[in-house]
Ligand binder design. Structure first.
Ligand SMILES: C[S@@+](CC[C@H](N)C(=O)[O-])C[C@H]1O[C@@H](n2cnc3c(N)ncnc32)[C@H](O)[C@@H]1O
Length: 276
């Protein structure tokens, strides 16, 4: 691991100023380590490596690659309209800290299946007096519609959400369930991010006995969302697909609570089932 501040290892000092990066600057120390907002981050997407890494206060583990980090900053940094944010999947807390520093939201609600708390993240929240801003919910399955609904109802009291980042299970059914609850709650032009949508198209994720073995591809959900966008452009105005990241933009049409995704698109009279 590169030493913090090691000038020899310093690969690039900053992103060029551009949309979304006018003030916020990342200092890269090689392709897998950077500092931002006074915090150091170590990034990794290889599950076998990532799941053995641990965060410490000021030295955070983040499950993203360099492109994802840069894109997130460009899309969501230096804006005043990322006030209410939901993140699914806390892991070691690095993404909560990074998203907080990029968006500086009024409220960041994060949900995690595992029920043990991330001590450095609690310490970060305490030290910066962010207990009313960063709201951590452990032991919650993103597929549990009732609990997820209760959490967002309580945390946002009916106010619309600006940004959702789903980096939790990456499985078709629970990812779809979260989308059905959270997408309708976005404000017009609010953004829903689904990370690692493309795991079915990478050899390394297909291992027999591995986490995704036998699971329907998340791509099936992306196809359903495309059909949703085609059928109801007043509700989904844009779907953008890049490596690892799908971004879905909310249109202006009002919705009354959660949707049943299957009923939101026309498919030539057929019922869509995951195809692979
Ligand atoms: C790849 S990690 C990413 C964490 C974090 N967003 C980051 O970038 O560092 C995915 C996290 O989602 C959690 N997770 C998996 N399935 C989940 C589910 N059904 N509901 C909520 N969280 C889940 C895992 O326990 C893990 O901590």
């Amino acid at each position: 691991m590169l030493a913090h501040g090691d000038d020899r290892a310093r690969r690039s000092t900053a992103t060029e100023p551009g949309p979304g990066t006018l003030c916020q600057v990342i200092d890269w120390f090689g392709p897998k380590s950077f500092t931002f907002g006074g915090e150091r981050f170590r990034i990794e997407v290889e599950a076998a490596v990532l799941y053995h890494m641990r965060s410490e206060l000021g030295d955070w583990v983040l499950g993203k690659d360099q492109n994802m980090v840069q894109r997130f900053l460009e899309q969501h940094g230096d804006r005043l309209d990322r006030r209410r944010v939901v993140e699914l999947g806390i892991f070691e807390g690095g993404s909560v800290v990074f998203d907080y520093l990029v968006c500086k939201p009024d409220r960041l609600v994060a949900v995690e299946l595992r029920d043990h708390r991330v001590a450095p993240l609690d310490e970060f929240v305490d030290r910066h007096g962010l207990g009313g801003t960063i709201r951590l919910h452990y032991g919650v399955d993103q597929g549990d519609l009732v609990t997820l609904t209760r959490i967002v109802d309580e945390e946002f009291a009916g106010a619309p959400i600006d940004l959702v980042i789903d980096d939790a299970s990456h499985l078709y059914a629970p990812t779809r369930a979260s989308f059905e609850v959270l997408f309708p709650r976005l404000r017009p032009n609010g953004v829903y991010v689904i990370e690692d949508w493309d795991w079915a198209h990478h050899d390394e994720w297909q291992a027999e006995g591995g986490y995704f073995a036998g699971q329907p591809a998340l791509t099936n959900l992306v196809v359903e969302i495309l059909m949703f966008a085609g059928t109801r452009p007043d509700i989904v105005t844009e779907v953008s697909i890049t490596e690892r990241v799908a971004e879905i933009v909310r249109g202006p049409a009002e919705l009354d609570g959660a949707i049943d995704l299957s009923s939101m698109y026309l498919a030539r009279g057929r019922v869509f089932e995951p195809v692979f």
